[in-house]
Design a protein around this ligand. Structure first.
Ligand code: GLN
Length: 470
């Protein structure tokens, strides 16, 4: 069931919060050995204090007081934060039961498949041989497999939307500054946002009502009134102006995804939206810009993991001095992709290359943002595919980082521009893998996303389909 269906049952006293948590725990114990959406399952799932509301599953990079938060990295092994992230505090205030098990992710959110987790990959509930997407693959797989009612993920370049698309659920990256990142372990601070992964658009709006808003602990959070997002759930998009960027329907995209997304676009037209082709001319630079900016910021953010303050310290017999201890801790504690990113980012920021790479990337980032500003002068939203392909096989792209990086081609621009974007289910391939539709709007206009997404959802059957997990 969705969270809003459960709220109704709780209000009518047909079930108790304990019933919900017990059945959820049973489901997790039964299904998770196949899906592997959660990590460290054997030593948790019993100490959760039950509050009055709905249980929620949390990605392993969002701090939960007293519960391990390791970013699925060996370097944070055993780390129990002494405080809750602001989103967790808000959830608890709203009565949500925060599960003591966390969802799987690519190490430090570096990846698009969850294969970079030190615990091994999660599996796509629609086909256990496929990846669930990433980096919030555990959260998306858990929601799709009914191992979670709803979940939180984080999105730096698509990590909420792409796994939502691969798993056939709803995922929203809010506007930069809408949701506090206090207590989110930083990947790339100018791009990161926490957001909901849910079974339908209504749950997404309810969760946004809970987690949004200004927070004095996060200097990038914006002091703007948060609307009641459930008011945006109107089943009507007549006259809404939707732009379809021509740069997003080009070669390299899977033919089935293309057809399915084009059908979804026609559906929006049938529902009364006013559609026109638009141009976002700097789209072709987005992946390059992102992988300079994101790795530069990651290399800086990850410098704090040194074996002194948190988690793991290498017990190397060779540890002769402090530098040696740092080196063996970082050398043993970080996985391959984390090391690749630290090296890339350090390179881009180093003397002599800073101007050529980092500074230039920032300038092109501004051009990408201006492309969106121009379109949003005349349009209410933009519609695109979420990902160029459906879920791919485990192992298919892991040896080829460039191929993996290209999975984010449609999602990263929203992070570079700071605008909100949602992915909703829009159909299935012949092999029954879900396909996602992405809707983008201007900064702080999540209401428009909810309106367009809700109208599409209420007039299509996709969100009601469930995977058969065998
Ligand atoms: N897949 C992208 C990356 O590897 C985005 C990850 C994310 O949004 N955290 O950086």
């Amino acid at each position: 069931m969705t969270a809003h269906e459960l709220f109704d049952k709780l209000n009518r006293k047909e079930i108790s919060p304990r019933d919900i948590i017990t059945s959820l725990q049973d489901r997790i114990r039964q299904i998770d050995p196949k899906v592997k959406a959660y990590v460290r399952l054997s030593d948790s799932l019993h100490q959760t204090p039950i509050l009055s509301g709905i249980p929620i599953s949390i990605k392993d990079n969002i701090c939960t007081e007293g519960y391990n938060t390791e970013c699925c990295s060996k370097i944070l092994a055993g780390f129990k934060p002494p405080y809750d992230a602001t989103v967790i505090t808000k959830l608890k205030e709203a009565g949500a039961t925060v599960l003591d098990v966390k969802t799987n992710m690519d190490e430090f959110a570096f990846g698009s498949s969850t294969e970079n987790s030190c615990f091994g990959p999660s599996r796509n509930p629609w086909n256990l041989e496929c990846v669930p997407g990433g980096s919030s693959g555990g959260s998306a797989a858990a929601v799709a497999a009914d191992e979670a009612i709803w979940a939180l993920g984080s999105d730096t370049g698509g990590s909420i939307r792409q796994p939502a698309s691969f798993c056939g659920v709803v995922g929203l990256k809010p506007t930069y500054g809408r949701v506090s990142r206090y207590g989110l372990i930083a990947f790339a601070s100018s791009l990161d946002q926490i957001g909901p992964i849910t079974k339908d658009v209504r749950d997404c709006a309810i969760l946004m009502n809970i987690i949004s808003g200004f927070d004095a602990h996060d200097s990038t959070s914006v002091d703007l009134k948060v609307p009641d997002y459930t008011k945006g759930l109107v089943n009507d998009i007549k006259g809404i102006k939707i732009g379809i960027p021509k740069e997003y329907f080009v070669e390299g995209m899977d033919a089935e995804v293309k057809t399915i997304v084009q059908e979804a676009v026609h559906k929006l037209k049938d529902l009364g939206a006013d559609l026109k082709e638009v141009t976002l001319p700097h789209t072709e630079y987005a992946v390059s810009v992102y992988y300079i900016v994101a790795t530069a910021e990651a290399s800086s953010n990850l410098s704090r993991f040194d074996g002194v303050q948190y988690g793991f310290r290498a017990k190397s017999a060779k540890s002769k001095n402090l530098i040696d201890m740092y080196e063996s801790t970082r050398g043993n504690g970080f996985g391959e992709e984390a090391k690749r990113r630290i090296i890339l980012g350090t390179f881009a920021l180093s003397h002599g290359y800073y101007d050529a790479y980092y500074l230039r990337a920032l300038k092109v980032r501004t051009l990408i943002k201006e492309d969106f500003d121009k379109v949003f002068k005349d349009f209410d939203c933009i519609v695109t595919p979420t990902s160029p392909t459906p879920a791919f096989k485990i192992g298919e792209k892991i040896k080829d980082p460039l191929k993996m990086y290209l999975s984010d081609i449609y999602t990263i621009s929203a992070n570079l521009a700071g605008i909100p974007a949602i992915s909703i289910p829009c159909g299935f391939t012949k092999k029954r893998l879900p396909v996602g539709l992405q809707i983008l709007a201007k900064a702080f206009n999540e209401e428009m996303l909810f309106r367009a997404a809700y109208t599409y959802e209420q007039n299509t059957p996709w969100h009601l389909e469930k995977p058969k997990i065998e």
